[in-house]
Design a protein around this ligand. Structure first.
Ligand SMILES: [Zn+2]
Length: 1004
C-alpha cells in the first residue's frame, strides 16, 4: 500500500529508486583521478587506516577536486586551509556541479561568514522548496491534523536531510578538508553506493562551525610551520568569547554559531545533526553514549541512536579499520551540546570523535593503556602505537559519514516516519505525560527577565501565547522538602501514610504568557524549564558536564508547571513578535523613580546615561502611589524624552515626580570596569564578556601582564573602579607565575603571518604572569578604594594572597556539586549587593569553595562542625552531663561561643586582651548570601554530601583598606544560564564606593 502511494511521486521525478543499500564498490566504468589517488595512498600511513569508500577519488572532467584550492589533496601533511579557502572550493563545486548549492547561513561575532552546502541529485536540488514544504508538514503535524495516513504520503514523497557540521572545536582540525572531499565524492562519484545516497538523501554540510576560531588555529599552525623546532602559542582564544564551551550553548543560544546552526537545522526541517569532533582514537561514535540519558527526549530517539551507532561500528569494522567504537563513557544528560539541537527538535543527534593531531603534521602517536584496551564495546581497539596523519583522520571521518549516510538512506522511510511521529508525540505530550503548559505570570516582579527567557524559548522555535483573559487551573501546592537525617523519623512519627496534597485553584491574570506543550518543539521547553535530579548513587561516576540548569530558577523568573489540561482551553493568542517588557515614563516631574527589581536592563540604563545623577535608596520607600524596593534608582539630570526612549527600548518603567523622596541615598555609579584575564586560559571570562557586551556595559579587557605594567600616578585606581577576575584561573600561584619561562617567547598578536590572532587582546609573549609587581598593584588598587570581584575558583586568589583577612576556604571532604543550581538565603538584605532581590535566589555552582569566616586576621579556620557533633570527654555521668572533678565545689562552665555556619564566632574577652589579630568590626567580612540548609539546598542537578556546604557563606563582601573584595562562591555568569545572578555583580560594581551601606557593626 505504501509503495503504491509512493510510485507516482518517484515517477514524477523520472527515476526509480534503489530500495536496498548497495555494497561499497567503485564504479568500474568511471575513471579514477590517478594522481589524487596515488597521494591518498602515500599520505595514509597503513592500508588498514583506509576503506574501499575513500581509497580512490573518481575523476571528473568538469568538477574540480579539493586540490584546486589546497594545492594538494585533502588531508595532505602541512596543509590547513582558512575558512575562506574552504568556502572558495565549495563555491567552485557549486559552479561546476548541478548537484551542489551553497547557502550563507549567517555571520560570526567577528563578521565571518558561515555556510551550508547542500549536495543531492540535480532533479531534487531543483525542488528543494517543494521538498521543504512537505518536511515542514511532517515537522508540524498540526498542519495535517495529526493525520497518519496523510503523513505516510508525505513520508513517501519526501527526501530527508542529513546535516553535518565540522570544526566547532578549533584545535580539532580535520573536518574542513574531509568535508571538502566528501562534497566532491557525493557530487561526482557514480558508484552505486554514492548514487544511492545522492538520489535519496540531501546531505547538508557546514564545513566550519567556529569560523573565527578556525582562522586563528590556521594562524597558529602557520606560525608553527614558519618556526620549526620552536614551541608554538597555545590556542587560548577560539571564538570571540569562548573556547571549548562553544559546544555548551544549545540551551542559552548566546553565540552566533549556535543560532546559525539552530536556524539551519530547524529551518531546513532536517532529520539528523551530526557534529564532528576529534579527541580519542580512532573513531568514537558517541551517539549511543552512556547513561543517564536526557530525561526529556522521546524514547524513540534512544532506539535511533543505537541503530545508527552500532551500524557504523559494524560497517567500519568489516572494512578492517581498527579502533571504531560506540557506547563509551559519554553520558547523554545535558542538552547543551550543539548536536542536541536535533535531539530536542525531533531529529537525531550524532557526534564523532576521531583522532586528530591538532594540525596537519604526521606524527608517531603513543596511546594510554586505557585507550588501546579491548572492551565489550571496542572489540577491535586502536593500536598502542602508530604513525598517524591528517589523511588517516580524513579517511575515518569520511568513511564513517558515508556509511552513516548509506544506512540512513536505506532506512529513510523509518527515520522520516519517526520524524513525524516524534513531532506528533511532542504535541500529544500536553495531554499524555504532561505538563500541559508552562505559565509565566503577568505579575512577575521581573518582567524584563521574564521577557528575556521567553525570547530565548522563541528562538528555540517554541510558540508563546498570551492570555487574553484571566484563567484558573488546579495546581498542587509546593511540596515541603523531604526530611532526611536524624530528625526524619521523629517528624514522621508513627509512619502513618500522610494525606496526599490536594490540588488548589490558582488564577493567572490576563496578560500572563503560556507556553503550551501541544506544539512540536515542546520538548526543548520542558527540558529547559523543568527541574533536574541526578541521584548521588547513580552508577555513572564519570559525569561529563553540568547536571542542572532549570532556567526559571537560575533566571530569577517565576515559572509555573501546569499539569491541568484546562490551561489549554484558556483564552489566548499566539505572540507573533519577540516578547518584550513594556517600558516608559509615567507622571510628570524632573525626578524619576525606578523600582529596583534586579532586571538586568537596569544596569544597561545606568551606563546609557553615565553623566546623569543616579542615587540608590538605602531603604524601601513609597512615592507616586506605589512601593519601591531598597536600592531603587532616583534619577535626575536627564531629559524626560531621552529616558522615555531608553526605557521603552529596555523595558523599564520610570515614575516622574516633582521632588526627591525623603529616603537615605548614596550615589549609584557608572563605575569604570576592567575584566582581567590570564594568558593561561580565557575560557570562562568569555561568558562574562559576552553578557557585558550584550547588555552594553562598557569594560576594558586587560591581561595580568597589563596590570603588572600599569604604573604612574594612581596606577590602576586612576583608571578603574572595579576589576573582575573571573573564574578559571587554574591556581592563585599560576596567576602570578604564568607559563614556564624556559623555551621561546609565545606571541599572540596580529602579524602578516598570523592576521587573525589578537582581536581580543595581544601580547608579544604569553608566558609572563601577573608577577609580584602586578600582585602588589592589584592590592594597592583595592587599598585605594577599588573593588575586586572574584568568583568560584578565583576567590582563592584573593584569599591566598591576603586580600581577605578573616576568610578561609575549607577543603571539602566528600562534597560533590557537578554544575548544579543551589538555593541561597539572604543574610544581610541591607547590603547593596542584593538590592532588588527577594530571598531564595537559585545560584549556580560547581564544586564551589566552602568559605569559613573568622574575626581574626589570618583566620578563617576549617569547616564549622555541627554543634550536635560536639563530644564530651570520658568522665562521670551520662553523655549529656557535665564532668565533675572530685574533692572541690563544682565550677560553672561558661557557655561556649556559638555562631551559625555562615558567621564568624563572636570575639571573646580572651581574644580582646591584646587584640593585635582581632579585626576591627568595620574590617570584618560581611556575609550577604549564604547557602540554604541541607534539606533545601539542592534546586537542580547533583548534590552529594551537601551538609558540608549547607548554610556556609555564599557571597561575602570583604573590606580591605579603602576598598572591597567581593567573593562569590557561586559562578554568577555561566553559559547565559544564570541571568538571575548577574545583578549581584552589577550591584557590587555600581555601589562600589558605598558597599558598607546599611551595615550593622558588631559592638566588639
Ligand atoms: Zn570537540
Amino acid at each position: 500500500m505504501k509503495i503504491l502511494l509512493a510510485v507516482p511521486v518517484f515517477l514524477a521525478f523520472g527515476a526509480l529508486p534503489l530500495l536496498a543499500q548497495p555494497r561499497p564498490a567503485r564504479d568500474a566504468s568511471q575513471a579514477v583521478d590517478e594522481e589524487y589517488t596515488k597521494k591518498i595512498r602515500e599520505y595514509t600511513t597503513e592500508p588498514f587506516f583506509n576503506s574501499p569508500l575513500t581509497d580512490y577519488l573518481p575523476a571528473s572532467k568538469t568538477v574540480p577536486t579539493p586540490k584546486a584550492v589546497l594545492g594538494d589533496i585533502a588531508g595532505a601533511p602541512g596543509i590547513l586551509p582558512y575558512a575562506e579557502e574552504v568556502y572558495r572550493y565549495m563555491r567552485m563545486l557549486e559552479a561546476a556541479s548541478p548537484r551542489v548549492k551553497v547557502f550563507s547561513i549567517g555571520k560570526t561575532e567577528e563578521g565571518r561568514e558561515m555556510i551550508a552546502v547542500a549536495v543531492v541529485d540535480q532533479r531534487l536540488l531543483a525542488k528543494l522548496d517543494e521538498n521543504r514544504a512537505r518536511l515542514a508538514k511532517l515537522a508540524d503535524p498540526r498542519t495535517i491534523h495529526l493525520d497518519d495516513a496523510e503523513a505516510e504520503k508525505l513520508v513517501a514523497a519526501s527526501t530527508p536531510i542529513y546535516y553535518i557540521t565540522g570544526t566547532i572545536h578549533s584545535p580539532e582540525t580535520g573536518a574542513p578538508t574531509a568535508l571538502m572531499e566528501l562534497a566532491y565524492r557525493l557530487a561526482v562519484d557514480d558508484s552505486a553506493y554514492i548514487k544511492f545516497i545522492r538520489e535519496n538523501t540531501i546531505t547538508l554540510i557546514t564545513p566550519i562551525v567556529e569560523v573565527d576560531g578556525r582562522d586563528r588555529m590556521v594562524d597558529v599552525y602557520r606560525w608553527h610551520l614558519a618556526n620549526p623546532g620552536k614551541q608554538w602559542p597555545p590556542l587560548i582564544y577560539w571564538g570571540h568569547y569562548v573556547g571549548h564551551d562553544n559546544n555548551r550553548d544549545a540551551m542559552g543560544l548566546t553565540l552566533a554559531l549556535t543560532r546559525n546552526v539552530l536556524h539551519t537545522f530547524v529551518g531546513w526541517k532536517a532529520q539528523v545533526l551530526h557534529d564532528l569532533h576529534e579527541s580519542v582514537p580512532y573513531l568514537y561514535d558517541n551517539t549511543v553514549g552512556d547513561g543517564p540519558y536526557n530525561a526529556w527526549i522521546d524514547p524513540i530517539l534512544a532506539g535511533e541512536w543505537q541503530m545508527m551507532g552500532w551500524d557504523n561500528v559494524s560497517e567500519m569494522t568489516a572494512f578492517g579499520m581498527p579502533g571504531v567504537f560506540t557506547h563509551g563513557t559519554f553520558d547523554t544528560w545535558s542538552p547543551s551540546y550543539l548536536m542536541f539541537i536535533a535531539a530536542m527538535h525531533n531529529g537525531i543527534s550524532r557526534l564523532y570523535e576521531t583522532f586528530g593531531n591538532g594540525g596537519a603534521d604526521t606524527e608517531e602517536r603513543t596511546l594510554e593503556p586505557g585507550e588501546f584496551a579491548r572492551t565489550w564495546y571496542r572489540q577491535n581497539p586502536p593500536l598502542p602505537k602508530a604513525k598517524w596523519s591528517q589523511r588517516n583522520n580524513n579517511n575515518y571521518e569520511e568513511t564513517g559519514l558515508l556509511t552513516g549516510l548509506a544506512y540512513f538512506t536505506a532506512n529513510r522511510t523509518l527515520f522520516l516516519r519517526n520524524f513525524y511521529l516524534k513531532a506528533k508525540r511532542s504535541i500529544e505530550k500536553a495531554r499524555k505525560e504532561g505538563p500541559a503548559a508552562y505559565v509565566f505570570s503577568a505579575d512577575d516582579p521581573r518582567p524584563g527577565a521574564q521577557a528575556d527567557l521567553l525570547r530565548m524559548l522563541q528562538e528555540q522555535g517554541c510558540e508563546i501565547s498570551r492570555a487574553s483573559a484571566p484563567f484558573t487551573v488546579m495546581m498542587l501546592p509546593k511540596k515541603a522538602p523531604p526530611k532526611r537525617g536524624p530528625d526524619a523519623a521523629e517528624e514522621t512519627g508513627d509512619h502513618k501514610a500522610k494525606p496526599k496534597p490536594k490540588p488548589e485553584p490558582r488564577t493567572f491574570a490576563a496578560g500572563s504568557f503560556v507556553l503550551r506543550m501541544d506544539q512540536p518543539y515542546s520538548r526543548i521547553a520542558d527540558a529547559l524549564l523543568d527541574y533536574q535530579y541526578w541521584a548521588p548513587n547513580d552508577p555513572q561516576k564519570d559525569i561529563y558536564d553540568d547536571t542542572g540548569w532549570t532556567f526559571g530558577e537560575l533566571g530569577n523568573v517565576q515559572v509555573a508547571r501546569v499539569t491541568d489540561v484546562r490551561v489549554l482551553d484558556a483564552a489566548m493568542n499566539t505572540v507573533e513578535r519577540p516578547v518584550a517588557a513594556p517600558g516608559g515614563v509615567t507622571g510628570t516631574g524632573r525626578v524619576f523613580l525606578i523600582d529596583h527589581n534586579a532586571d538586568n536592563a537596569l544596569a544597561t540604563l545606568r551606563y546609557r546615561f553615565p553623566n546623569a545623577s543616579f542615587e540608590a535608596a538605602e531603604e524601601p520607600f513609597e512615592a507616586a502611589g506605589r512601593k519601591f524596593n531598597r536600592g531603587s534608582f532616583i534619577v535626575s539630570d536627564v531629559a524626560a524624552g531621552d529616558l522615555a526612549n531608553a526605557n521603552a527600548e529596555l523595558g523599564i518603567q520610570a515614575y516622574a515626580v516633582s521632588a526627591t523622596p525623603a529616603v537615605k541615598t548614596h550615589p549609584l555609579r557608572a563605575a569604570r570596569i576592567a575584566v582581567m584575564h590570564t594568558w593561561l586560559s580565557a575560557q570562562s571570562d568569555g561568558w562574562w564578556r559576552l553578557e557585558f557586551d550584550r547588555l552594553k556595559i562598557p569594560y576594558d579587557y586587560i591581561s595580568t601582564q597589563t596590570v603588572a605594567a600599569t604604573e604612574g600616578a594612581g596606577g590602576l585606581r586612576s583608571k578603574y573602579d572595579a576589576i573582575i577576575l573571573p573564574p578559571g584561573i587554574r591556581s592563585p600561584q599560576a596567576v602570578v607565575a604564568g607559563l614556564p619561562m624556559y623555551g621561546n617567547p609565545l606571541p599572540w598578536k596580529v602579524t602578516p603571518l598570523t592576521p587573525n590572532l589578537g582581536k581580543t587582546d595581544e601580547t608579544d609573549d604569553m608566558r609572563p604572569g601577573l608577577g609580584w609587581t602586578g600582585l602588589a598593584r592589584v592590592q594597592e588598587f583595592v587599598r585605594q578604594g577599588g573593588l575586586l570581584i572574584t568568583a568560584s575558583d578565583s576567590t582563592n586568589f584573593a584569599v591566598t594572597f591576603g586580600f581577605t583577612p578573616g576568610i578561609g576556604i575549607a577543603p571539602a571532604a566528600r562534597l560533590k556539586v557537578t554544575g548544579s543550581a543551589l538555593r541561597s538565603k539572604t543574610v544581610d538584605a541591607a547590603s547593596p549587593i542584593v538590592y532588588g532581590y527577594g530571598d531564595n535566589l537559585a545560584i549556580f555552582a560547581s564544586n564551589p569553595p566552602v568559605f569559613s569566616l573568622s574575626n581574626m586576621a589570618g583566620g578563617g579556620g576549617g569547616r564549622r562542625n555541627n554543634p550536635d557533633e560536639h563530644q564530651r570527654p570520658t568522665g562521670r555521668g551520662t553523655a549529656d552531663d557535665p564532668d565533675v572533678p572530685q574533692g572541690r565545689t563544682p565550677a560553672e562552665i561558661p557557655e561556649e561561643p556559638h555562631a551559625e555556619a555562615w558567621e564568624a564566632l563572636p570575639v571573646t574577652d580572651e581574644q580582646l586582651r591584646n587584640p593585635i589579630n582581632v579585626l576591627p568590626p568595620a574590617a570584618r567580612p560581611r556575609v550577604v548570601l549564604r547557602y540554604a540548609d541541607a534539606k533545601e539546598l539542592l534546586v537542580s542537578g547533583l548534590l552529594d554530601n551537601g551538609g558540608e556546604l549547607a548554610q556556609h557563606a555564599a557571597v561575602v563582601d570583604a573590606p580591605y583598606g579603602e576598598g572591597h573584595v567581593v567573593l562569590f562562591s557561586n559562578n554568577p555568569f555561566w553559559r547565559a544560564e544564570t541571568k538571575g545572578s548577574y545583578f549581584l555583580v552589577f550591584n557590587a560594581i555600581m555601589n562600589f564606593d558605598s558597599l558598607g551601606a546599611g551595615r550593622k557593626l558588631a559592638d566588639k
